[in-house]
Design a binder for this molecule. Sequence first.
Ligand SMILES: [Zn+2]
Length: 402
Amino acid sequence: MKASRVLLVALATVVVAPVHAHAAPLAPPATHQQTSTASPAPGNQPAVSGDEAELLYAMERAETELKRSPLLVRDPALNGYVRGVACKVAGDQCANIRVYIVDVPQFNASMAPNGMLVLWTGALLRMRNEAELAYVLGHEIGHYTARHSLQQWRRLKSASAWMSVFQLVAYGAGAGGVAQLGTLAGSAALFKYSRDMEREADRLGFASVVSHRWAPHAGADLWARMWREEQTRKYDRPLTLFSTHPASQERLNDIKAASMAMVAPPTDLGRERYRAAVHPLFPKLLEEELAQRRYAGSILVIGELLEDAPTEDQGLLTFSLGEAYRRRGLNDDRAKAADFYARAIALPGAPAQAWREYGFTRRDAGDTATAMDALRRYLRDAPDADDQAFIRRELEKIGGSP
Ligand SMILES: [Zn+2]
């Protein structure tokens, strides 16, 4: 099979994961025969010649598949908001960029050489404000305008990194669900950029944030949190965003320094705008985060969200922390969960389930009266819940009437 056909198969197989993992390239830096790296002209796809047309054809197929994917988030308001920020950042490249939000509970964003920008919902959960979103999108669009993935393509064609394409086919053949997307992302050599490319994308992202008057520290704030999350994964594979990337701390220092060096920096974070757009998804995003069963990371992520949360989100986030501890169930996790449920029900925005879980912890503690009150409150607040019958039986077992 011709090598280029193998890539086509690989890309078509992993279309829901067209990601770059911000990692060092598998191939050694090759000498480029073609060195045209100028930004694509506004309103046009990048001009390509010969073999690169194959790459763009493959990406177009991937994009067609992506549009049909059940993982694509289609909510018009959210898409409109993210696209608006992307367009602002992209400036005269706006017409070349298409943004796709994909329902995967990990932090990642990627940019394909044909202008297909993919953002995972795990990133939306983790970002705090519009300035951070702008930084991430600016970074990705920087990869596009600097034509990094076209350069990677040239490397792939000229080096032993073809092996990674074969790996991709093997992974793709067995790919079943979301859990494997991260693995796939890590092996998509096409989207692994060199350190120099990452630095350039960081610089371009930073410049676009600042030029639109967003606060310059947003990128460094986000990176610092991702770095902390990465430290919770000692025995797990790295965050998709980092994959095998060796230079995260160095990049963090660089963007921090760039932000500190600004005299009279702009201060707009766009917290309220971001929150208004993303907040309706919060319960779903939190549930998907917990469903990954990576509790150490989730406890950190949710705990940090809580530190910075507006009052009306505190009940939901506190309940979610309780859920993380209860589901993990190690050592004194149950006691911690009980404590978070008790706090959650006293806070604004607590979901009905907080009353249910609080009720169970009181039942287990032998506090029958409080348990029954809490479970009755749950039945009242969640009249359509599919565990209504189950909770009624529980109430009877405890000794009361529903
Ligand atoms: Zn990057």
